[in-house]
Design a protein around this ligand. Structure first.
Ligand SMILES: Cc1cc2nc3c(=O)[nH]c(=O)nc-3n(C[C@H](O)[C@H](O)[C@H](O)COP(=O)(O)O)c2cc1C
Length: 194
């Protein structure tokens, strides 16, 4: 099972990377999973400007980083999309990347993990709507992180002990979200292969 964690912020000094690394580290505790951190900073995606919507363009040919990004997504069986909240929504860079998708997310489960002053709740709602239009299957549990990231997760992705041990804290939610995602991933993979 190939789980991809998409890092949805590329700005200098971003906090999303250490947040994503914590998710990656936690997911890697499951030895049956191949976990891939897919960082949008590694793909030079210009502002989307194709003349035809990707899902209505059977003749579509992509190249360069757009192709590299779409080929990478196509390898995934399950996704966790990470975004900060920018102006009550997801980041522009993630929205732009999603606009490129054709059928790479088709019938595959996607969970959202967001951060911001209200845990990125508004970004999560927008992101779920967009992912649904990208043909992904939305996993209901969202990880809302409303703690100050630098004080709680180090650069290597280690969450502080107090939050790790908190009974109904973010670590518990993250594990529930991953378990839920894997349930959908198993069911949908079997169904896709039929
Ligand atoms: C352009 C911009 C808009 C923001 N808007 C919001 C917002 O609407 N709600 C919120 O909770 N935080 C907002 N923030 C704070 C970010 O969520 C916070 O800075 C977070 O660390 C950004 O993620 P990043 O560091 O990975 O880019 C905003 C930050 C930026 C740069």
């Amino acid at each position: 099972m190939n789980l991809q964690i998409i890092v949805g912020s590329t700005r200098e000094g971003r906090k999303s990377l250490q947040f994503s690394k914590w998710i990656e580290k936690t997911a890697k505790e499951n030895k049956n999973l191949k976990v891939d951190l897919v960082d949008l900073i590694d793909y030079d995606l210009p502002m989307f400007n194709e003349p035809i919507s990707p899902r209505y363009n059977p003749q579509r040919k992509t190249e360069g980083d757009v192709k590299k990004f779409l080929d990478k997504l196509a390898e995934g069986d399950a996704f966790i999309f990470v975004t900060p909240e920018y102006n009550h929504s997801l980041s522009g860079v993630l929205k732009n990347a999603l606009d490129y998708t054709g059928y790479e997310l088709d019938k595959k489960p996607a969970a959202t993990s967001t951060h911001g002053s209200v845990g990125g709740a508004r970004a999560a709602e927008h992101l779920k709507m967009i992912l649904s239009e990208c043909r992904a299957v939305i996993v209901p549990i969202n990880l809302h992180f409303n703690h100050f990231i630098d004080n709680n997760i180090d650069k290597e992705g280690n969450l502080i002990k107090e939050l790790k041990e908190l009974q109904y804290g973010p670590h518990t939610t993250l594990n529930s979200m991953i378990n839920e995602l894997l349930w959908y991933a198993d069911a949908l993979k079997i169904a896709r292969e039929k």
